[in-house]
Write a protein that binds this ligand. Structure first.
Ligand code: HEC
Ligand code: HEC
Ligand code: HEC
Ligand code: HEC
Ligand code: HEC
Ligand code: HEC
Ligand code: HEC
Ligand code: HEC
Length: 472
């Protein structure tokens, strides 16, 4: 790569003397590169043998992409420091990879993945920085506003919404660290890594998809390409996505496991061809789709392989009310603006269907989506009912707004969309019938909405009795 760059430069400026010098010094350059590589590898073979083994198994080592190629600190990278005679960084960012993989980096930057920290736990920080007209990617801004602290004390169902931590006196107790945020939220969404000089890092280790790096870039490629193998095969397997896409509020991995696709993967996945090059992976290589096949791969060449996981979706299934896909971060400030874009959504749906048609008839796949869209519409109706009911309870003075998540109707209202209603919609989107029905519709309607209605009716009766009592 470096060699090609230099050659291009020489060609562009057509200075024959430079060419002469380059040719004369080439052997020295190669010798220097070999020495660097040998010294990192030799010493680290004792210090971190696991890393050397994985790197040796990678395509990078076969293609001579060595330790220093990725770990060399860029000029203004605040995480850079002297290390046995080399200026290195411990956190190579997507900017590092972009030298050789610019397509993947550009696509990733258009996806919601790269924005996951700012749209999730670091949202209060992002909004505050923008309000103060500070650049949220800058180290100085983070040092001033402390994004981690803000995530702990201004955005969580635990606080301020439920108020429980305040009630029990833990909110400002210096003994209580709120560290579920460090080893919970931001492990999936991404942290803000602050470089404190001399190679010291705060907010690390972290490989969340929307991590903010010391060099001012966003994202972490390691989230799906475990280092130091950086393999395509591993990224194509559902377990890699399942690290984050699971649990009560987005159980995509569990849904996949119970789907026919997932159980074919469990039964015969070991025999599939996982290493086919990106534009050649096709149904002959894998009998059933994995997460990557439907959301990323150019499976069978019918659609282009993409690192933008938002590209093939129609709905937003995670918000309170489902709407067509929002405009992406390349069009609007996606943290603060949510603008549904039907055209984009329709394009995404058409792409997704092309993948299904590789293995299914058109009628089979088209009918599936007709049924799925009806599920989303049913959910939306139940949501509107639930939301109106809560508004009535406030108006009648049956509950109060001081904490939006502490009284039974409020908690049920939250669970209807955030847990059960998501499962209901997501189960239907990916062929998980148990999640659609028992863990989804039944839990949302009978359990949560039912409890909410009973609780509100009881409050109404108590209020009526109290006012009768007052009259007496
Ligand atoms: C003489 C031995 C030696 C050489 C040469 C060497 N390292 Fe290291 N490296 C170490 C030791 C020791 C550590 C500390 C390991 C630990 O913290 O357990 C380390 C740590 C690291 C870390 C982790 C830093 C952190 O903050 O966690 C990185 C990244 C690294 N080395 C990369 C390199 C690269 C790239 C090269 C070649 C340019 C290199 N090393 C050359 C011995 C060496
Ligand atoms: C293709 C780029 C690439 C190459 C080549 C590479 N690294 Fe890394 N390395 C990374 C990335 C990315 C991380 C993840 C750091 C982070 O972002 O959190 C990392 C992390 C590390 C860490 C610290 C994290 C840990 O798990 O302890 C060490 C130490 C390290 N690399 C050493 C090496 C050594 C030694 C080599 C050569 C054998 C090497 N790396 C080659 C990209 C690379
Ligand atoms: C100096 C150039 C260079 C840099 C920097 C670099 N790579 Fe690579 N990468 C390559 C080459 C060359 C290949 C092999 C391509 C091939 O065989 O088709 C490769 C292959 C890959 C593959 C495919 C492996 C497979 O199993 O087929 C992945 C994934 C990958 N790189 C990720 C990364 C990530 C992530 C980073 C940054 C942390 C990075 N690379 C940095 C040059 C680089
Ligand atoms: C296990 C990994 C994981 C943890 C832990 C986690 N999240 Fe998430 N979060 C996700 C995933 C995956 C999604 C995407 C769900 C979807 O789109 O289907 C998500 C979605 C979100 C969204 C919605 C974003 C949007 O586009 O509407 C917000 C906000 C959010 N999370 C905040 C948080 C906060 C705050 C915490 C901690 C209090 C947290 N998350 C903990 C993985 C996680
Ligand atoms: C390290 C955690 C992590 C990993 C690994 C991960 N994701 Fe995500 N993903 C997230 C988070 C967090 C979000 C929510 C982003 C948001 O809405 O702010 C998300 C969102 C998404 C979305 C919704 C995008 C949208 O526009 O609504 C899709 C689709 C997705 N991921 C697919 C995948 C696939 C496929 C894989 C594996 C190849 C994967 N993810 C791996 C954390 C992860
Ligand atoms: C959400 C998970 C995910 C993340 C994050 C991710 N990748 Fe990938 N990557 C994949 C999958 C899945 C494939 C295989 C795609 C296919 O089958 O078409 C892949 C393939 C690749 C390839 C092989 C391309 C080729 O033509 O051989 C490279 C290179 C690569 N990724 C680099 C990166 C870089 C650089 C980043 C960070 C900017 C990154 N990836 C982040 C999942 C991911
Ligand atoms: C058979 C293809 C297929 C497979 C396999 C698949 N998905 Fe999906 N996925 C879909 C479809 C279809 C949708 C809904 C798209 C739409 O909105 O029209 C979807 C939606 C999603 C969403 C968006 C939810 C939201 O909040 O809007 C995420 C996240 C997701 N899938 C992650 C995954 C993960 C992780 C896996 C693997 C564990 C996976 N998918 C496996 C087809 C698939
Ligand atoms: C790589 C091939 C492949 C792709 C791509 C694929 N499927 Fe499948 N699908 C299968 C196989 C194989 C079965 C099992 C058929 C059987 O029951 O014998 C299956 C089963 C199903 C089932 C039946 C589930 C059940 O419980 O019986 C549905 C519904 C389905 N697929 C929908 C889709 C949709 C929608 C898409 C696109 C988003 C899709 N599939 C993409 C191979 C694929």
């Amino acid at each position: 790569m470096l060699l090609r760059g230099v050659l291009e430069l020489v060609y562009k400026i057509k200075i024959s003397s430079l060419l002469f010098m380059f040719i004369v010094f080439l052997p020295f350059n190669i010798v220097f590169a070999e020495e660097v590589k040998d010294s990192c590898v030799k010493c680290h073979a004792d210090v971190t043998p696991g890393i050397i083994k994985q790197w040796q198994e990678s395509k990078h080592s076969a293609m001579d992409v060595g330790c220093f190629t990725c770990h060399e600190a860029k000029k203004n990278d605040p995480s850079g420091y002297e290390h046995n005679g080399f200026k290195i960084t411990a956190v190579p960012s997507p900017l590092t990879c972009a030298q050789c993989h610019s397509k993947e980096v550009e696509e990733y930057a258009k996806s919601k993945h790269v924005w996951a920290a700012f749209m999730g736990p670091l949202k209060p920080y992002y909004v505050k920085a923008k309000e103060m007209q500070l650049d949220p990617l800058k180290q100085e801004t983070a040092k001033k506003l402390d994004p981690e602290r803000m995530a702990k004390t201004t955005l969580s169902p635990l606080f301020p919404d439920s108020g429980i931590l305040e009630k029990i006196g833990f909110l400002d107790d210096p003994q209580y660290h709120h560290n579920n945020v460090n080893l919970g939220c931001i492990q999936c969404h991404g942290s803000f890594i602050v470089a404190e000089g001399d190679g010291k890092l705060k907010g690390w280790p972290n490989a969340g998809v929307g991590r903010i790096n010391p060099d001012g870039s966003m994202g972490s490629c390691t989230a799906c390409h475990p280092r130091h193998k950086f393999s395509v095969a591993e990224a194509r397997k559902p377990e890699v996505c399942g690290q984050c896409h699971l649990g009560p509020d987005h159980p995509q991995h569990e849904i996949y496991e119970e789907s026919k696709h997932g159980n074919i993967y469990a039964a015969s996945g070991e025999e599939w061809n996982w290493t086919a090059p990106v534009d050649e992976w096709r149904p002959e290589d894998a009998a059933a789709p994995t997460c990557a096949v439907c959301h990323m791969s150019g499976f069978g060449g019918v659609v282009a392989s993409t690192h933008n996981v938002s590209e093939r979706l129609y709905w937003e299934l995670q918000p309170k009310k489902s709407v067509p896909q929002w405009k992406g971060p390349d069009e609007v400030d996606i943290v603060t603006e949510r603008i549904p874009d039907r055209k984009k959504a329709e394009k995404g749906r058409a792409q997704m269907k092309k993948i299904c048609y590789q293995c299914h008839s058109r009628q089979w796949a088209d009918n599936y989506f007709i049924e799925f869209d009806k599920v989303v519409s049913d959910y939306n109706m139940v949501w509107e009912y639930t939301d109106n009911l809560l508004a009535e309870a406030y108006e009648e003075g049956l509950i109060d707004k001081s904490n939006p998540l502490d009284e039974t109707p409020e908690i049920m209202h939250y669970l209807v969309w955030h847990h059960d209603g998501r499962r209901w919609r997501m189960g239907a989107s990916m062929m998980g019938p148990d999640w659609t029905h028992w863990n989804g519709a039944v839990d949302a309607i009978m359990n949560k909405l039912g409890t909410m209605i009973n609780d509100i009716e009881m409050r109404r009766r108590i209020k009526a009795l109290e006012s009768e009592n007052d009259k007496k």
